[in-house]
Write a new protein. Structure first.
Length: 213
């Protein structure tokens, strides 16, 4: 995937980790290089940039990947409200397979994926955790380590409600053959299983959004 914006299709993501995860998945599945993956640098910047890109001349398709964070429904409703003024008709709830819709000839095709799976609150790190191979021997030890720390009530800025998914996957990655491997590279190195059902569902969404005429 290319970093410069030279395609007439864009995929807006929250950060560098998202960008590299998308590139790694696309490489594994040989997804056609037909869209730019844009690091907007935050979820608020994705939302701020989206209306601008929808009105940009020559753009045919715009995809959006956002973390659902603590409230999937609230995130979806904010997108729904923002896009309705462009003529898009979003359903009441996100679709498990990811949302894709045309808006006629005036605005681009739009696609939305809420991490991790369009069904529950969470983030990219929850999506990545679902790619840990079944029967992985380290996973229970990571879970136990986090539980032990949380039970001790050690004074720190770690908040299990908000940070557990990040703490889990980065601890697990720290215990791999190459400690601290970034999430995207962990897919490339096959520490993570890109054949997991959720990853396949995600790739199907990408193909529906960017490969369908």
């Amino acid at each position: 995937m290319r970093i410069d914006e030279k395609f007439n299709a864009k995929l807006l993501v929250e950060g560098n980790d998202d960008q590299h995860v998308i590139w790694a998945i696309c490489e594994k599945y040989q997804v056609a290089e037909s869209f730019d993956v844009i690091d907007a640098q935050s979820n608020s910047q994705v939302l701020r940039r989206l209306p601008v890109d929808l009105k940009q001349e020559g753009i045919k398709t715009v995809g959006v990947i956002l973390d659902a964070d603590q409230d999937l429904r609230n995130r979806w409703q904010s997108l729904r409200t923002s896009l309705e003024r462009f003529g898009y008709e979003l359903p009441e709830e996100p679709e498990p397979r990811g949302f894709v819709q045309n808006s006629g000839n005036l605005y681009p095709r739009i696609g939305i994926w809420l991490m991790p799976d369009n069904l529950q609150s969470g983030m990219l790190e929850n999506f990545i955790t679902s790619l840990i191979p079944p029967g992985d021997l380290l996973k229970p030890y990571v879970q136990q380590a986090l539980l032990d720390i949380e039970r001790q009530s050690i004074e720190s800025r770690y908040n299990p409600e908000y940070h557990r998914a990040k703490a889990f996957i980065h601890t697990w990655l720290a215990w791999q053959k190459d400690p601290g491997t970034p999430m995207g590279l962990a897919i490339t190195k096959t520490y993570l299983d890109h054949n997991a059902e959720l990853c396949q569902r995600f790739v199907n969404w990408l193909n529906r959004l960017f490969s369908t005429p």
